[in-house]
Ligand binder design. Structure first.
Ligand code: PGA
Length: 241
Protein backbone atom coordinates (compact mmCIF):
# COMPACT_ATOMS: atom_id res chain seq x y z
CA UNK A 1 0.00 0.00 0.00
CA UNK A 2 1.49 3.33 -1.05
CA UNK A 3 0.59 6.30 1.13
CA UNK A 4 0.49 10.00 0.26
CA UNK A 5 -0.34 12.48 3.01
CA UNK A 6 -1.37 15.74 1.38
CA UNK A 7 -1.70 19.14 3.04
CA UNK A 8 -5.45 19.51 2.53
CA UNK A 9 -8.52 18.40 0.57
CA UNK A 10 -7.49 20.39 -2.48
CA UNK A 11 -4.05 18.82 -2.68
CA UNK A 12 -5.52 15.33 -2.13
CA UNK A 13 -8.05 15.91 -4.92
CA UNK A 14 -5.43 17.22 -7.36
CA UNK A 15 -3.07 14.32 -6.77
CA UNK A 16 -5.87 11.80 -7.37
CA UNK A 17 -7.02 13.65 -10.51
CA UNK A 18 -3.46 13.64 -11.85
CA UNK A 19 -3.21 9.91 -11.32
CA UNK A 20 -6.47 9.44 -13.25
CA UNK A 21 -5.14 11.74 -15.97
CA UNK A 22 -1.92 9.70 -16.26
CA UNK A 23 -4.00 6.55 -16.61
CA UNK A 24 -6.20 8.03 -19.36
CA UNK A 25 -3.19 9.44 -21.20
CA UNK A 26 -1.45 6.07 -21.07
CA UNK A 27 -4.57 4.26 -22.25
CA UNK A 28 -7.31 6.45 -23.82
CA UNK A 29 -9.77 3.52 -23.59
CA UNK A 30 -9.14 3.05 -19.90
CA UNK A 31 -11.89 1.60 -17.70
CA UNK A 32 -12.42 3.58 -14.53
CA UNK A 33 -14.27 2.50 -11.42
CA UNK A 34 -15.89 5.57 -9.91
CA UNK A 35 -17.12 6.54 -6.46
CA UNK A 36 -19.64 9.08 -5.22
CA UNK A 37 -19.84 11.01 -1.95
CA UNK A 38 -18.13 14.14 -0.70
CA UNK A 39 -14.63 12.70 -0.94
CA UNK A 40 -14.22 12.56 -4.75
CA UNK A 41 -16.04 15.81 -5.56
CA UNK A 42 -12.81 17.83 -5.66
CA UNK A 43 -11.15 15.22 -7.85
CA UNK A 44 -14.03 15.42 -10.34
CA UNK A 45 -13.79 19.22 -10.32
CA UNK A 46 -10.10 18.99 -11.16
CA UNK A 47 -10.78 16.42 -13.92
CA UNK A 48 -13.28 18.84 -15.45
CA UNK A 49 -10.61 21.56 -15.34
CA UNK A 50 -8.10 19.21 -16.97
CA UNK A 51 -10.65 18.55 -19.73
CA UNK A 52 -11.49 22.22 -20.28
CA UNK A 53 -8.04 23.73 -19.92
CA UNK A 54 -5.67 20.95 -20.86
CA UNK A 55 -7.73 18.89 -23.30
CA UNK A 56 -7.85 15.68 -21.28
CA UNK A 57 -9.89 13.37 -23.51
CA UNK A 58 -12.67 11.28 -21.95
CA UNK A 59 -14.24 10.25 -25.27
CA UNK A 60 -13.02 6.66 -25.25
CA UNK A 61 -13.09 5.82 -21.56
CA UNK A 62 -15.63 3.55 -19.89
CA UNK A 63 -16.80 3.97 -16.30
CA UNK A 64 -18.45 1.71 -13.76
CA UNK A 65 -19.79 3.15 -10.54
CA UNK A 66 -19.52 1.36 -7.23
CA UNK A 67 -23.05 1.67 -5.99
CA UNK A 68 -26.55 3.12 -6.05
CA UNK A 69 -29.40 3.36 -3.57
CA UNK A 70 -32.20 0.85 -4.08
CA UNK A 71 -35.58 2.26 -5.05
CA UNK A 72 -34.42 5.73 -5.99
CA UNK A 73 -35.11 7.28 -9.41
CA UNK A 74 -32.14 8.14 -11.60
CA UNK A 75 -33.38 11.75 -11.71
CA UNK A 76 -33.59 12.01 -7.91
CA UNK A 77 -31.01 14.63 -6.83
CA UNK A 78 -29.60 12.17 -4.28
CA UNK A 79 -29.25 9.29 -6.69
CA UNK A 80 -25.72 8.39 -7.68
CA UNK A 81 -26.77 8.56 -11.34
CA UNK A 82 -27.62 12.20 -10.78
CA UNK A 83 -24.44 12.80 -8.78
CA UNK A 84 -22.25 11.48 -11.60
CA UNK A 85 -23.98 13.52 -14.28
CA UNK A 86 -23.84 16.61 -12.16
CA UNK A 87 -20.30 16.21 -10.85
CA UNK A 88 -18.57 14.87 -13.97
CA UNK A 89 -20.39 13.38 -16.97
CA UNK A 90 -22.26 16.54 -18.05
CA UNK A 91 -19.03 18.55 -18.05
CA UNK A 92 -16.60 16.41 -20.04
CA UNK A 93 -16.64 14.71 -23.44
CA UNK A 94 -17.53 11.28 -22.10
CA UNK A 95 -19.80 9.06 -24.19
CA UNK A 96 -22.79 8.38 -21.90
CA UNK A 97 -23.16 4.96 -23.57
CA UNK A 98 -19.92 4.01 -21.86
CA UNK A 99 -21.00 5.01 -18.36
CA UNK A 100 -22.50 2.41 -16.06
CA UNK A 101 -24.09 2.94 -12.64
CA UNK A 102 -25.97 0.16 -10.83
CA UNK A 103 -29.71 0.40 -11.42
CA UNK A 104 -31.36 0.80 -8.03
CA UNK A 105 -34.74 0.30 -9.67
CA UNK A 106 -33.92 -2.86 -11.60
CA UNK A 107 -36.92 -5.18 -11.92
CA UNK A 108 -34.83 -8.17 -11.00
CA UNK A 109 -32.09 -6.77 -8.75
CA UNK A 110 -30.25 -10.08 -8.17
CA UNK A 111 -30.02 -10.73 -11.88
CA UNK A 112 -28.96 -7.14 -12.50
CA UNK A 113 -26.11 -7.52 -9.97
CA UNK A 114 -24.83 -10.64 -11.72
CA UNK A 115 -24.98 -8.96 -15.11
CA UNK A 116 -23.15 -5.90 -13.77
CA UNK A 117 -20.14 -7.98 -12.72
CA UNK A 118 -20.31 -9.88 -16.00
CA UNK A 119 -20.33 -6.66 -18.00
CA UNK A 120 -17.27 -5.37 -16.14
CA UNK A 121 -15.47 -8.59 -17.04
CA UNK A 122 -16.61 -8.52 -20.66
CA UNK A 123 -15.29 -4.98 -21.04
CA UNK A 124 -11.91 -6.19 -19.82
CA UNK A 125 -12.04 -5.33 -16.13
CA UNK A 126 -11.49 -2.11 -14.25
CA UNK A 127 -8.07 -0.54 -14.81
CA UNK A 128 -8.28 2.02 -12.02
CA UNK A 129 -10.81 2.00 -9.20
CA UNK A 130 -11.45 5.12 -7.12
CA UNK A 131 -12.62 4.54 -3.56
CA UNK A 132 -13.63 6.60 -0.57
CA UNK A 133 -13.89 5.06 2.87
CA UNK A 134 -16.70 5.23 5.40
CA UNK A 135 -16.00 6.39 8.96
CA UNK A 136 -16.85 2.76 9.83
CA UNK A 137 -14.25 1.43 7.38
CA UNK A 138 -16.67 0.45 4.62
CA UNK A 139 -15.66 0.55 0.97
CA UNK A 140 -18.48 1.12 -1.51
CA UNK A 141 -21.43 -0.05 0.62
CA UNK A 142 -19.65 -3.11 1.96
CA UNK A 143 -20.42 -2.51 5.62
CA UNK A 144 -18.53 -4.11 8.55
CA UNK A 145 -20.13 -7.51 9.17
CA UNK A 146 -19.44 -11.19 9.80
CA UNK A 147 -19.37 -11.82 6.06
CA UNK A 148 -18.79 -9.65 3.00
CA UNK A 149 -20.17 -10.07 -0.50
CA UNK A 150 -17.80 -11.09 -3.27
CA UNK A 151 -19.84 -9.82 -6.20
CA UNK A 152 -22.22 -6.91 -6.74
CA UNK A 153 -25.14 -7.39 -4.34
CA UNK A 154 -28.05 -5.79 -2.56
CA UNK A 155 -26.86 -4.66 0.87
CA UNK A 156 -28.39 -3.23 4.03
CA UNK A 157 -26.89 0.07 5.13
CA UNK A 158 -25.77 0.35 8.74
CA UNK A 159 -27.30 2.94 11.06
CA UNK A 160 -24.01 4.89 11.02
CA UNK A 161 -23.98 5.05 7.20
CA UNK A 162 -27.65 6.08 7.08
CA UNK A 163 -26.88 8.79 9.59
CA UNK A 164 -23.73 9.92 7.74
CA UNK A 165 -25.60 10.12 4.43
CA UNK A 166 -28.65 11.86 5.91
CA UNK A 167 -26.79 15.16 5.43
CA UNK A 168 -27.76 14.97 1.75
CA UNK A 169 -31.47 14.34 2.45
CA UNK A 170 -34.22 16.48 4.02
CA UNK A 171 -34.59 13.99 6.84
CA UNK A 172 -32.99 10.75 7.99
CA UNK A 173 -36.23 8.88 7.19
CA UNK A 174 -35.71 9.61 3.50
CA UNK A 175 -32.34 7.86 3.32
CA UNK A 176 -32.77 4.50 1.56
CA UNK A 177 -31.99 1.57 3.84
CA UNK A 178 -30.63 -0.65 1.09
CA UNK A 179 -28.27 -0.20 -1.81
CA UNK A 180 -26.80 -2.09 -4.72
CA UNK A 181 -23.06 -2.25 -4.27
CA UNK A 182 -20.07 -3.80 -5.96
CA UNK A 183 -18.73 -6.53 -3.71
CA UNK A 184 -15.24 -6.82 -2.30
CA UNK A 185 -14.37 -9.25 -5.10
CA UNK A 186 -15.56 -6.84 -7.80
CA UNK A 187 -13.35 -4.15 -6.24
CA UNK A 188 -10.33 -6.42 -5.73
CA UNK A 189 -10.34 -7.39 -9.41
CA UNK A 190 -9.43 -3.82 -10.39
CA UNK A 191 -5.87 -3.59 -11.65
CA UNK A 192 -5.14 -0.48 -9.57
CA UNK A 193 -6.95 1.15 -6.68
CA UNK A 194 -6.82 4.66 -5.25
CA UNK A 195 -8.46 5.17 -1.87
CA UNK A 196 -8.99 8.75 -0.74
CA UNK A 197 -9.94 10.11 2.66
CA UNK A 198 -10.13 13.59 4.10
CA UNK A 199 -11.22 15.20 7.32
CA UNK A 200 -11.04 14.29 11.00
CA UNK A 201 -14.10 12.01 10.84
CA UNK A 202 -12.11 9.56 8.70
CA UNK A 203 -9.03 9.56 10.96
CA UNK A 204 -10.04 6.55 13.03
CA UNK A 205 -10.79 4.41 9.93
CA UNK A 206 -7.51 5.48 8.31
CA UNK A 207 -5.54 4.78 11.48
CA UNK A 208 -7.06 1.29 11.68
CA UNK A 209 -6.36 0.65 8.01
CA UNK A 210 -2.75 1.83 8.08
CA UNK A 211 -1.86 -0.12 11.18
CA UNK A 212 -3.71 -3.29 10.14
CA UNK A 213 -1.59 -6.39 9.67
CA UNK A 214 -4.59 -8.70 9.52
CA UNK A 215 -7.63 -8.60 7.32
CA UNK A 216 -11.02 -8.54 8.95
CA UNK A 217 -14.55 -8.22 7.63
CA UNK A 218 -15.12 -5.85 10.57
CA UNK A 219 -12.94 -3.36 8.67
CA UNK A 220 -13.86 -3.96 5.02
CA UNK A 221 -11.07 -1.65 3.80
CA UNK A 222 -8.53 -4.02 5.38
CA UNK A 223 -9.23 -6.48 2.53
CA UNK A 224 -7.28 -4.04 0.36
CA UNK A 225 -4.13 -5.25 2.10
CA UNK A 226 -4.41 -8.28 -0.20
CA UNK A 227 -4.27 -6.13 -3.34
CA UNK A 228 -0.96 -5.53 -5.07
CA UNK A 229 -1.51 -1.95 -6.26
CA UNK A 230 -3.32 0.29 -3.80
CA UNK A 231 -2.52 3.96 -3.31
CA UNK A 232 -3.99 5.68 -0.27
CA UNK A 233 -4.22 9.47 -0.53
CA UNK A 234 -5.25 11.31 2.63
CA UNK A 235 -5.19 14.87 3.85
CA UNK A 236 -3.43 15.80 7.09
CA UNK A 237 -6.68 15.83 9.05
CA UNK A 238 -7.52 12.26 8.07
CA UNK A 239 -3.94 11.24 8.85
CA UNK A 240 -3.44 13.03 12.15
CA UNK A 241 -6.99 13.21 13.46
P1 PGA B 1 -18.03 10.41 1.74
O1 PGA B 1 -18.39 8.88 1.76
O2 PGA B 1 -17.08 10.58 0.60
O3 PGA B 1 -19.33 11.13 1.49
O4 PGA B 1 -17.41 10.73 3.05
C1 PGA B 1 -17.38 7.95 1.60
C2 PGA B 1 -17.91 6.58 1.81
O5 PGA B 1 -18.89 6.42 2.56
O6 PGA B 1 -17.36 5.63 1.24
Amino acid sequence: MKLFVEKDYDAMSKLAANMVKDEIEKNPSTILGLATGSTPEGMYKELIRLYKEEGLDFSKITTFNLDEYVGIDEEHPNSYHYFMKNQLFDHVNIDMKNTFVPDGKAENPEEFCKQYDKLIEEKGGIDLQILGIGANGHIAFNEPDEELNVGTSIVNLTESTIEANSRFFDSIDEVPKTAMSMGIGSIMKAKKIILMANGKNKAEAIKELLKADKITTKLPASLLLLHHDVTVIVDEEAYNG
